[in-house]
Design a protein around this ligand. Structure first.
Ligand SMILES: *[C@@H]1O[C@H](CO)[C@@H](O)[C@H](O)[C@H]1NC(C)=O
Length: 313
């Protein structure tokens, strides 16, 4: 597994390609998965197979959807036909091997992707250990007219910023490299990691990661995307929520503490990427998000904000 190899290599590599697969990778051919004709043939086959099976075995219920999951298995089998691909000659800044970072599109509004098992347990624990000693109450960027007092309770976690260069084991550098590949956004555009801890009852009301100049004044650069790496499981609560997903709840009555909409349950090692800016560079109104209060357990998360300009710090 890529995951288990990762930590050992993270120490050795200084921005190299230790995260990569072998140079000759066996990738799954997608020839079948996107061909409508084969899907129709496949569905018909399973419909008929299901029809005959259900007439001989009355306990099988064709109406329950069981047949259709059978149909998906059928498709998966076709997809499993493997083809060997060779890496192409690459440019000066390119890689000599393939990267495979599995992801699931959770939403297009906002653009949000889930990366299961992005980091190993060991990597997560090493990041928590680094952050533990330096935790301070998290702060907020203040809008015009806001004060620390007036914004109390909006963000109640503790956290600290750590840059990859401060991590002598190279775990953060490794994670940064991997995020750069998952997003196609250069490493140099990332802020330092903000490692956060939420204890029972702690939360982050819904907010935008991008800074609207009309509320925050002129900005030197803007946050394009956010990558959250969940460093711990949370027994209950602590979900990342997108209350405006697909335009829902946007009638102006939404209470920013309310934990509704698309929710992502934190699981150790998993990644969540979402974009705050639309492709045309304006802030995506559906990228509003927050952290539901932790109900049981503790939530640790490492956040990487990625900007539209190179970050100097
Ligand atoms: C940017 O794109 C969004 C969504 O397509 C659109 O609603 C908005 O008007 C665009 N803004 C500009 C300035 O082009």
């Amino acid at each position: 597994m890529r995951g288990t190899k990762a930590l050992g290599q993270a120490g050795k590599q200084g921005g190299g390609s230790g995260w990569a697969l072998t140079s000759k990778s066996r990738l799954t051919s997608s020839r079948f998965s996107f061909s409508p004709a084969s899907l129709i043939v496949g569905s018909c086959f399973f419909f008929l197979a299901g029809f005959f099976l259900s007439s001989s075995l009355l306990s099988l219920d064709i109406g329950s959807g069981v047949r259709f999951s059978g149909g998906l298995d059928f498709r998966r089998k076709l997809e499993a036909e493997e083809r060997v691909y060779e890496p192409l000659p690459h440019g000066d800044t390119g890689d000599d091997s393939f990267t495979a970072v599995p992801s699931q599109v959770l939403s297009w509004k906002p653009r949000a992707l889930y990366f299961p098992n992005f980091a190993t347990k060991k990597q997560c624990e090493s990041i928590i250990k680094m952050a533990k000693s330096g935790l301070k109450p998290s702060t907020l960027a203040l809008r015009k007219g806001e004060t620390t007092e007036s914004t109390q309770g909006i963000r109640t976690s503790s956290g600290m910023f750590i840059s990859a260069s401060e991590d002598k084991y190279g775990v953060l550098a490794f994670i940064e490299e991997k995020i750069a590949r998952a997003t196609s956004l250069p490493r140099s555009h990332g802020e330092a990691f903000n490692v956060l801890r939420y204890e029972v009852g702690q939360r982050y009301n819904s907010h935008y990661d991008a800074f609207s100049p009309s509320e925050y004044g002129p900005q030197k650069s803007q946050r394009v995307a956010s990558f959250l790496l969940y460093l711990s499981d949370v027994e209950k609560g602590g979900e990342t929520m997108f209350p405006f997903e697909n335009g829902l709840n946007m009638d102006g009555n939404y209470d920013f503490r309310e934990c509704i909409g698309l929710k992502v349950k934190p699981q150790q090692g998993d990644g969540l990427l979402f974009y705050s800016l639309l492709p045309n560079g304006t802030i995506d109104p559906t990228s509003l998000h927050g952290s539901c209060p932790v109900i049981r357990g503790q939530k640790w998360v490492a956040t990487k904000w990625i900007r539209d300009q190179i970050q100097d710090d």
